[in-house]
Write a new protein. Structure first.
Length: 319
């Protein structure tokens, strides 16, 4: 009898991607059951390994590129293009924010979320647009930033200015100085592109459970820095709602509450910044598991092996 075994783990943050975990488990299984039929299904959550996993599952390819990393230095990054001309509908790209602004890209001595930026995320979105994508899935997870997506918006052409008209420096620590956003330079292709954000819906931008308070300490913020980041994200929500969101909200749709809507706090508030330019914030597993054809692959298996890097207080909140 041939055993059909599905190996479907999550990633181990800062240690192994979901794909590498699956490969390691497969090595162990083959030692015990050499002739088993193995199906490796890395369970990506929008964080590390998302673009690679969806490219493999969907007949796509990874596109290597260089972009601005979270501490402002260039990093080797990538995005995925799915299917190409063989797939009906618009060309889809997968931008994995962790591949350019993830915590693993922030050296331990530089983990100051008031200074790290999502600028590279905007650069990857522009690169995907340059490749012809008109549907872009942005995976949120494993971030090393807390700038509300301000850096991504700057890379896409928005100008964030303080009360003196000066361009705001990058990083969430400057957001409390934000006075206005000039959207005239935004890439016009955004208005013709479907943006989907795969995120944890439990994460919100502001309030007692706001992203700076929940995740800021994990990214290196002191208690004083947490309060500064929280105030900055509150200010960003106000200005985004006033200066940017109205231009991207259809007349027939209710505006998104950028402070408390589900997913607005994803990846240090990147969800809110992208929602302000018309992105839809969607529960990540609703989006990502369809791309892996998970239900059908599990139905074919006799056994399923899964794994998670840690179970803690955040597990019950969608982690």
């Amino acid at each position: 009898m041939t055993h059909r075994i599905a190996i479907a783990p999550s990633g181990f943050k800062e240690s192994l991607s979901a794909a590498r975990v699956a490969e390691a488990i497969a090595v162990g299984v083959r030692r015990v059951i050499p002739h088993a039929e193995l199906d490796l299904i890395p369970l990506v959550d929008g964080g590390e390994g998302t673009a690679e996993a969806l490219a493999l599952a969907g007949g796509g390819r990874l596109v290597p590129c260089t972009a601005t990393g979270p501490v402002g230095e260039p990093v080797a990054s990538h995005f995925a293009l799915l299917g190409g001309g063989t797939t009906p509908g618009p060309l889809t790209a997968v931008v994995e924010m962790a591949a350019v602004a993830g915590l693993a890209l922030v050296p331990p001595g530089l983990r100051h979320p008031g200074a790290t930026t999502t600028y590279g995320v905007g650069e990857l979105i522009r690169a995907a647009l340059d490749s012809g994508a008109r549907r872009i899935l942005i995976g949120c997870g494993d971030s090393g930033t807390s700038d509300g997506g301000a850096g991504a918006l700057q890379a896409l052409g928005a100008r964030l200015a303080d009360r003196h008209g000066r361009e705001l420096r990058r990083g969430g620590g400057a957001l409390h100085e934000l006075e206005r956003i000039d959207a005239s330079g935004l890439d016009p292709r955004l208005a013709r592109t479907e943006l989907l954000v795969a995120c944890n819906p439990y994460n919100v931008l502001c309030g007692k459970r706001g992203v700076a308070r929940v995740f800021g300490p994990q990214k290196g913020a002191t208690p004083a820095e947490v309060e500064l980041l929280s105030a900055g994200l509150e200010r960003l929500a106000d200005v985004l709602t006033r200066d940017l969101a109205p231009a991207f909200t259809p007349a027939t749709a209710a505006p998104v509450d950028l402070r408390t809507a589900p997913g607005t706090g994803a990846s240090g508030g990147l969800g809110a910044g992208l929602a302000a330019v018309g992105a839809r914030l969607l529960p990540r597993y609703d989006v990502l598991l369809d791309g892996l054809d998970l239900d059908a692959r599990l139905a074919r298996a006799d056994f399923v092996i899964t794994a998670e890097g840690a179970l803690d207080s955040q597990t019950v909140r969608g982690k």
